[in-house]
Design a protein around this ligand. Structure first.
Ligand SMILES: Nc1nc2c(ncn2[C@@H]2O[C@H](COP(=O)(O)OP(=O)(O)OP(=O)(O)O)[C@@H](O)[C@H]2O)c(=O)[nH]1
Ligand SMILES: [Mg+2]
Length: 477
């Protein structure tokens, strides 16, 4: 009988080897073999949810495993049981204490589960120890989220990003994948078993692929940076927020487009940009992007930097919040933390309390609004509050404009052309060969204006001319 094989990508050659019967190893083999995984490998399995929580988690109004359940169900897994432990500090070797782990093993057996999904992120050695103790496949929070992302990624860029994140996650865990071979064929004193040799081969394959992906993503990032820079004449607004907050629905409501919207986590993975005409203000570019979640895998955050490039350069961020969610306040905090982590400056942010039509407990919304007085409440679904949102955005973008007096040589044709395109010139005066234009222009265009060999004065111009560009960039980031 011919056993199934996987073709392992090594950069410029392929290498055939039989697919292992252990699901975890098969998963790693397939990951190496088919970088573009579209099917969730954990789907259709019976799983038990497990987690270790501390007193901070107890403050959360939602049941501690509720979000994990949502993620697991998004991944198509059937939840058959759950187990949690309150611990001040997680056990360094096994996360849970040994008694609790024994209890979990019994639960796995009695419920005939094939999978235990942990809400925590496990270190490679914790994963190894727990897997050994439970004698079943385990998945931690990062791996689960990576799996969901892998199944959702549609564009070339997001597929590269997810694959890189997966390999970075797997590399330190390869050992766990091969230890069972050691137990079967190697063993103490038996020399280097096949598992160890395989481990070395795999590490080399993974490293080569990681280097290749990083190179390709660098090129993507450069390209995206150029695209964002080209759009600098337009004001840009980015939607950010927790996953499932209603960002795509709001984009659709504001721009009349038809983006994919679904009651599931991580429906959107790629950035979409649409023209939005803000009444009584004008056109801006509105971008929708990937949603965030509590404990987002670090590798994923890092590799999604280029997707979030738009947010980094936006003139204004709209932070969309599901105000009907019992943990809205925690979700706001999580989003702010992720923005910090990926280096998106978010002082220029308007909070948008979405789903106000679905709020059951009005007092919770009142508390939120007290905490965040400048927030605007809307319902992207019913359209309630959308007009007010547009007018508040118009007002905030208005702050992005400055009145300046531009002094230049009267024959500077390129400057005259630039002003005609990008500024509102309210008065022009001439003095000998010099011209003076009083105009209103987007703050972010001031550095461009300076390139035309001009002198700038006026209330919108900072006195220390030499620090001008960096301050303005910081201002409008
Ligand atoms: N009741 C109500 N439901 C809404 C509202 N806005 C969005 N939804 C629903 O919330 C779910 C998530 O909406 P999306 O627009 O996909 O959310 P998202 O923030 O883009 O989510 P991700 O792309 O997964 O991060 C969908 O089922 C929407 O129909 C709203 O104002 N009211
Ligand atoms: Mg979306």
């Amino acid at each position: 009988m011919v056993s199934p094989t996987s073709e392992v990508y090594t950069g410029n050659s392929t290498h055939r080897r039989p697919l292992d019967t252990n699901p975890r190893i098969r998963k790693a083999q397939q990951l190496l073999a088919e970088p573009k995984r579209e099917q969730l490998k954990v789907s259709n399995q019976r799983a038990i949810l497990a987690g270790v929580f501390d007193s901070d988690d107890r403050d959360r109004s939602e049941h501690p495993l509720e979000e994990l359940r949502g993620l697991v169900e998004t991944a198509g897994v059937e939840v058959v049981g759950e187990m949690t432990q309150m611990r001040h500090t997680p056990h360094p070797a096994t996360l849970m204490g040994s008694g609790k782990l024994e209890e979990l093993k019994l639960l796995v057996e009695s419920l005939d589960a094939q999978l235990v999904v942990f809400d925590n992120n496990l270190s490679p050695s914790q994963g190894r120890n727990i897997e050994k103790a439970l004698d079943t496949v385990i998945v931690d929070r990062s791996e689960l989220i990576l799996d969901i992302f892998a199944s959702r990624a549609r564009t070339h860029d997001s597929k590269l990003q997810v694959e890189l994140a997966q390999l970075l996650y797997f590399r330190p865990r390869l050992k766990r994948l091969w230890t069972h071979l050691e137990r079967i064929e190697g063993g103490v004193g038996a020399g280097r078993g096949p598992g160890e040799k395989q481990l070395e081969t795999d590490r080399r394959l993974v490293d080569r692929r990681i280097a290749d992906l990083k190179r390709r993503l660098k090129a993507v990032e450069k390209h995206r940076g150029r695209m964002v820079a080209q759009r600098s004449e337009h004001m840009t607004v980015s939607l950010v927020g927790y996953t499932n907050a209603g960002k795509s629905t709001l984009l659709n409501a504001l721009t009349g487009s038809d983006e994919y919207v679904a009651d599931q986590l991580f429906a959107t993975l790629d950035t979409r940009t649409r023209r939005w005409t803000v009444p009584a203000w004008g056109d801006v570019l509105l971008s929708d992007t990937v949603g965030f979640v509590h404990n987002l895998p670090h590798h994923l955050v890092a590799s999604f930097r280029s997707t979030l490039e738009e947010a980094r350069h936006a003139d204004l961020l709209l932070h969309v919040v599901d105000s009907s969610h019992p943990d809205a306040e925690h979700q706001i905090e999580t989003v702010n933390n992720v923005l910090d982590e990926i280096g998106v400056e978010h002082s220029n942010t308007l909070l948008v309390f979405n789903k106000c039509d679905a709020v059951e407990d009005r007092s919770l919304l009142d508390v939120l609004r007290l905490q965040h007085e400048s927030a605007v409440a809307v319902s992207a679904a019913t359209g309630e509050g959308i007009d007010r949102l547009a007018s508040v955005v118009g007002g905030l973008l208005g702050n992005g404009y400055v009145d300046v007096r531009v002094e230049a040589h009267a024959g500077n044709g390129r400057l005259i052309h630039f002003l005609a395109e990008h500024a509102e010139v309210t008065a022009t005066e001439y003095e000998e060969s010099q011209a003076f234009y009083d105009c209103r222009i987007a703050r972010r265009l001031l550095p461009k204006l300076e390139e035309f060999d001009v002198a700038l004065t006026g209330p919108g111009v900072l006195p220390e001319a030499e620090t001008l560009s960096s301050d303005i960039l910081a201002d409008s980031a």
